[in-house]
Design a protein around this ligand. Sequence first.
Ligand code: CA
Length: 227
Amino acid sequence: MRALIVEDDGKVAGALKVGLTAEGYEAVVSRTGEDGYFRATTEPFDVIVLDLGLPGRDGLEILSGLRSRGLTVPVLVLTARDTVEDRVSGLDHGADDYLVKPFAFAELLARLRSLLRRGRSEQSLRMVLTDLELDPIARVAQRAGITIDLTAREFDLLAYLLRYQGQVVSREMLARDVWKEPSRGTPLDNVIDVHVTRLRRKIDADAPQKLIHTLRGVGFTLKAGAS
Ligand code: CA
């Protein structure tokens, strides 16, 4: 069982990881909402433990983002306050269950077991834009039904652009989230541009409709239609 723990509190996150690992889970920790959302949309998980109070993108935003993308992975929400309001808004946003901090680890395990028992509904992480389809689990990208041969980096880059489809993706975002090198001496701009050019050649060259657009001085956007 693969569990994603999205929790900014290092102590809680660490304890959950140790505890779940001891129970046979493969536990992955995300310390920010951004990273949690990225992992949840690009990697397969059987269950997600989601803290609501996160810096940046908060738990409820992540939850509604996942659900609006059609992701059905069970989500157990951790809340700091036990108010009816919090509970209702968590469940409204698509949480499957919730647990109020502080909680006993045995209780968390029981809740997770119950969520997992409810059965894994058809989990689809497929990302789609017109005839471009990407399966992050199988790591397969297709355009018009034809599989495109991508390097690991090109695949991650495309998954990121798809996740932010219709929005502007800056080189800083790509350096931080895809290359995971937010601050290095020489900017990654040239490296990023080379990869985008290669990716564009593979995705768009033979297609009548171009999807990857460059916004001069700003970054890139993936969308159908003219930029
Ligand atoms: Ca927190």
